[in-house]
Design a protein around this ligand. Structure first.
Ligand SMILES: Cc1ncc(COP(=O)(O)O)c(C=O)c1O
Length: 415
């Protein structure tokens, strides 16, 4: 059979994949053989430095035991969406999370991505301007563009320069619609820098804009008790909406919307990604509930330990001469600034049992290629030291530390 246009399109768009596989530098979709920061791929032991399991609670025995118990009671699925498949465990977790975060109400989605899509689509309409940081996560972009695509009721969409108060103010001042919603990330997932909330809250007040904070990477990792970026800056109560996830610190998968009771009720009855997608499995709810128990009793210590480990790593890398961009958190991009250097670094480290996922164009701009390095509580002192030593060795070998050009590829073996 002749290839259809679908086959031709797929073949054309897979050109970069073919090239990477041919050069044996394709680095994605590695198949882990067990959970946790210390795992293996094809029998090869690796320490994962690109995990978002920040407090190492995903494989905590208490969390796994709670999930096992819930499997016995409910099984792994509920066979429908929350509208007709809500359990007492869902509602209890929502109430506990709302109290923990200091909000009136909380709504549990099946993923954080869906929480963002559903919230933006429910709240934005033709009288709204959605204002986004230009480094926004895909879920913020997708939720915005879905909302904008609603016939005759789409909001205006405007972007401001990353973390710039001046740029945000200019956008709010010149917006075309009466209402405005500004969406930012608490910690930027690829850069590890914090949202400029101390300036943004005042600007949002002045221009009567609602502030939505996506704290996927800040919940459970920053703020004295782990409540996230608002607690970190002492700005609790200054953002009417926070969205977060259970897929990083909270041991499983799931999305969280925090807002007033009225707003949560509105989103609950209008968000398509909530109403038309399956309910979060109860074993996952039970796992998150156990992580919340742990945060309530021990959160302050865990957050402080994470900060200490991150500072140790940062000091080691900065002393070695690495450029970590604007990171000030446990998320530290190791800037390589060239695709080949990034891929070579990844492979050399991987062969030595250290996994740092390469982030290249189009996920980041050309010249901003990097390795994703997240410090977690699962990393031992030896893991941190080993990674620093190897990064230094290969950073020199592949000219990442000197910034020199890596030179042309030796293709003699291709012939
Ligand atoms: C900033 C940010 N928001 C939202 C999400 C989506 O979360 P989830 O994995 O729960 O869909 C992510 C996940 O990568 C993220 O990094």
């Amino acid at each position: 059979m002749n290839p259809t246009w679908i086959e031709k399109k797929a073949y054309a768009s897979n050109a970069r994949l073919r090239e990477a596989r041919k050069n044996q530098v394709y680095p994605y979709f590695r198949e882990f053989e067990q959970g946790g920061i210390h795992t293996s791929v094809g029998g090869h032991a690796i320490v994962n430095f690109s995990s978002n399991d920040y407090l190492n609670l995903t494989t905590d025995p208490r969390v796994k035991a709670a999930a096992q118990k819930a499997v016995q009671k409910y099984g792994c699925g509920l066979g429908s969406s929350r509208v007709q498949a809500t359990t007492v465990e869902h509602v209890e977790l929502e109430e506990r999370f709302a109290r923990w975060m200091g909000f009136e109400a909380c709504l549990l989605f099946t993923t954080g991505y869906q929480a963002m899509l559903g919230t933006l689509m429910s709240l934005a309409d033709k009288d709204t301007t959605l204002v986004l940081d230009n480094l926004s996560h895909a879920c913020i972009l997708d939720g915005t563009f879905l909302a904008a695509g609603v016939p005759k009721n789409g909001p205006e969409v405007r972007f401001f320069n990353h973390n710039s108060a001046k740029s945000l103010e200019r956008i709010l001042k010149t917006r075309e619609r009466e209402k405005a919603m500004v969406t930012v990330e608490g910690i930027y997932s690829l850069d590890g820098d914090l949202a400029n909330l101390p300036e943004f809250v005042g600007i949002c007040d002045r221009y009567e804009a609602a502030l939505l904070v996506d704290d996927a990477h800040g919940s459970g990792t920053i703020g004295k008790m782990g409540h996230g970026v608002l607690e970190h800056f002492g700005l609790e109560g200054r953002a009417p909406i926070v969205i977060s996830t259970l897929s990083k610190t909270f041991g499983g998968i799931g999305g969280l919307l925090f807002a007033s009771r009225e707003v949560v009720d509105c989103v609950k009855h209008s968000a398509r990604s909530f109403m038309f997608s399956a309910s979060l499995p109860v074993p996952v709810v039970a796992a998150a509930s156990t992580v919340l128990d742990i945060m309530e009793t021990d959160g302050e210590r865990l957050v402080s330990e994470l900060r200490q480990k991150a500072e140790y790593m940062r000091h080691g890398l900065v002393s070695a001469g690495f450029d970590l961009g604007d990171s000030s958190t446990h998320i530290m991009p190791v800037m390589c600034r060239e695709e080949r250097k990034t891929l070579f670094m990844h492979h050399a480290l991987y062969e030595c049992g250290v996994n740092l996922v390469p982030i290249t164009y189009p996920a980041v701009k050309l010249g901003e290629e990097r390795l994703r390095l997240n410090v977690t509580l699962g990393h031992t002192q030896e893991d941190l030291d080993h990674a620093i030593t190897l990064l230094k060795e290969y950073g020199e070998a592949f000219f990442v530390l000197s910034g020199e050009d890596i030179g042309p590829l030796d293709t003699s073996l291709d012939a």
